[in-house]
Design a protein. Structure first.
Length: 556
């Protein structure tokens, strides 16, 4: 059903984000908003009630005489006119009293409020309904604001009203008929198939050739066949055109009012033209959406690269033993004395265990090393994340869309203020995970006894040191870092758990640590991705739009 297809298309367009500032974006946003408005304001209302009166919107440039023309056709002042600009603030819809019911509800222009009666407007942009016996049933005139008004809201409203019309009665003057703005709108009407009639107003007797020139311009621009109505320059009486000057427009309008078949044909022509125009306009939006998705993918890939590099930086620091230097190694030396341990390794491993057990059970050594591990990991992650944030900002500034996103956002080319706390939480979580691994591995009866000689914390911290001093877990090839720390740790752990278990413990601990680092880095990258998600169309948007357009074309 065509109505359902139009609603689906409208919804797909209305939900489409086109926030990336690419060259195609402004035109695509305009087309998107224009189609959404036309579906709501014209296509759905007209399809639902083909028997509704013909709505003719009177449009034109500032000072063209639209309001004077409408007032003259109605026979009284229903729309203010004057030398002050802008004059027409609220749109005025004049119709036969029997037709008022067609326009009182939100069947058309649902976003506009209604008032009834001449002079009833409160100055807002609501629709003012004016019943008048001077217009026949079946035909309504809507005086719209100036298309080139100095007030942007008026210009936007004029465009909305013209898009809701069954027909345009476009007013220009002998002095301004070649202006660019009216022709832009006339071209848009042509492209949408809207029925147009043109009033050439205020034509001096000595300028009779103007009408011929205007006819030639219409033909050159694909608007041949447009009804041209000439109103000669004259003096108004009480703000109304004299009967003889108004005669060309009055006669044409009366003939249209008397011919129901002609009105119905005009409605069908505009309706079909509007439906025909949807495909090209929506495909413009569709192409822009695909371009936005491509740009979003490029920006996202840049984030993937820089934060993958940050992961590798942390991984290298873990594998290289860098985390064993500085504070971690100093605390280890204070607690157990590496030189003594290395000499003891040549003979009595039980002596080594006793030394460590005494150190860790004394209440302080393990806390000092835990704190040093926390500080070491925090420093490495912070430095990698900081460099990643700077590189990400640089990559985005090199892309038009990314540059605009960063320009309107808080500064994010450095780490977030929450990273330090988040890192501390993850490292504490990792330390707890390692202690749990040690308990799990020491659950056997023999291993439990051995583990008790050193303690869970002592063994767990030794596993952490082994992670920081080994490549890919312990593989049997000892890596002596900073005075034998790795060798001491490996010998102690092997004495408790066995060499295969030691390799498994270290590998699992290292994997978990890097997974936590990835979560931290992902949270940092999310600051960029949130900007992207708010601006770029969703991954399914182009496909949804294409499917909705295909559904409409099949329904027709």
């Amino acid at each position: 059903m065509i109505e359902r297809a139009l609603i689906d298309l409208r919804d797909a367009l209305a939900s489409l984000e086109l926030g990336l500032e690419l060259a195609s974006a402004p035109a695509a946003r305009h087309a998107r908003d224009e189609v959404v408005a036309q579906v709501d304001d014209y296509l759905l209302p007209r399809l639902r009630r083909m028997d509704a009166p013909l709505l003719m919107v009177v449009g034109g440039s500032t000072g063209a005489g639209k309001s004077t023309l409408v007032n003259s056709l109605v026979g009284t002042t229903v729309s203010p006119s004057g030398v002050l600009r802008p004059t027409t603030r609220a749109p005025v819809l004049a119709c036969h009293p029997d037709d008022v019911g067609w326009f009182e509800d939100d069947r058309i222009l649902p976003g506009l409020s209604r008032t009834t009666g001449a002079g009833a407007t409160d100055g807002s942009a609501g629709l003012q309904l004016v019943p008048t016996e001077r217009l026949p049933p079946g035909l309504a005139l809507l005086d719209s604001p100036d298309i080139d008004s100095v007030v942007e809201a008026n210009r936007l409203l004029a465009g909305q009203l013209l898009a809701a019309a069954d027909s345009w009665l476009f007013v220009t003057t002998a002095a301004r008929y070649a202006d660019a703005v009216p022709w832009d709108l006339l071209h848009a009407a042509r492209d949408r198939g809207t029925a147009i009639s043109l009033v050439l107003n205020r034509v001096p007797p000595e300028a009779a050739e103007v009408a011929g020139h205007l006819q030639a311009m219409l033909a050159e621009r694909g608007l041949e066949g447009t009804q041209l109505l000439v109103v000669e320059e004259t003096v108004t009486h009480d703000g109304l055109l004299p009967t003889e000057a108004l005669a060309p427009v009055r006669g044409w309008l009366d003939a249209l009012a008397d011919d129901a078949q002609a009105r119905a044909g005009l409605v069908r022509r505009t309706l079909e033209g509007a439906l025909d125009s949807l495909g090209p306009r929506v495909r413009t939006v569709e192409a822009a959406a695909a371009e936005q998705r491509q740009a979003a993918a490029e920006l996202d890939e840049a984030l993937d690269r820089v934060y993958a590099d940050a992961h590798d930086e942390v991984d290298d620091a873990v594998k290289s033993g860098a985390l064993l230097r500085g504070e971690v190694l100093a605390r280890w030396h204070e607690v157990v004395g590496t030189g003594d341990l290395m000499r003891a390794l040549e003979g009595r491993i039980s002596w080594v265990r006793d030394r460590l057990r005494a150190a860790f059970s004394g209440g302080g050594g393990d806390a000092e090393i835990e704190g040093a591990v926390l500080t070491g990991v925090e420093v490495v992650v912070h430095a990698a994340a900081d460099r990643a944030a700077e590189r990400a900002a640089g990559a985005w500034r090199g892309h038009a869309a990314g540059r605009e996103l960063l320009a309107g956002a808080p500064r994010i080319d450095a780490v977030s203020s929450s990273l330090r706390e988040a890192t501390a939480e993850e490292v504490r979580g990792w330390q707890g995970y390692v202690f749990d691994l040690v308990r799990e591995e020491g659950a056997g009866k023999r291993t439990t006894a051995r583990l008790a000689s050193l303690g869970v914390n002592g063994a767990g911290l030794t596993v952490m040191l082994a992670v920081f001093a080994s490549t890919g877990g312990l593989t049997g090839a000892e890596i002596v870092v900073a005075g034998g720390t790795s060798a001491a740790g490996q010998k102690l752990l092997e004495a408790i758990f066995g060499d295969q278990a030691v390799r498994t413990l270290a590998a699992r601990a290292r994997t978990d640590l890097l997974a936590r680092v990835d979560r931290l880095l992902a949270a940092e990258a999310e600051r960029y991705r949130a900007l992207l998600a708010d601006a770029a169309p969703g991954a399914e948007a182009p496909e949804r739009l294409s499917a909705a357009l295909g559904e409409l074309e099949r329904a027709r």
